[in-house]
Design a protein. Structure first.
Length: 68
């Protein structure tokens, strides 16, 4: 069993980004999901998720403008 890192370390943000990216793709092992659920704060995941969706929408708008 791994011990969660102390709060405030920079790699926690990276871990949140990876968890949200895998969730958006819909591909994740059950054990990895449980580990993320135990280690990450819900507010972190919500914030990273909102930013990811915002970037995705901006990317799609840019793609449509570039194609047309």
């Amino acid at each position: 069993m791994t011990v969660p890192p102390p709060a405030g370390q920079p790699h926690r943000l990276w871990h949140s980004i990876k968890a949200v990216a895998w969730a958006l793709l819909g591909v994740r092992k059950g054990s990895e999901y449980e580990r993320d659920f135990a280690q990450l704060q819900p507010l972190q995941v919500i914030a990273v998720g909102l930013v990811a969706v915002f970037v995705l929408v901006l990317g799609l708008i840019a793609l449509v403008r570039w194609v047309s």
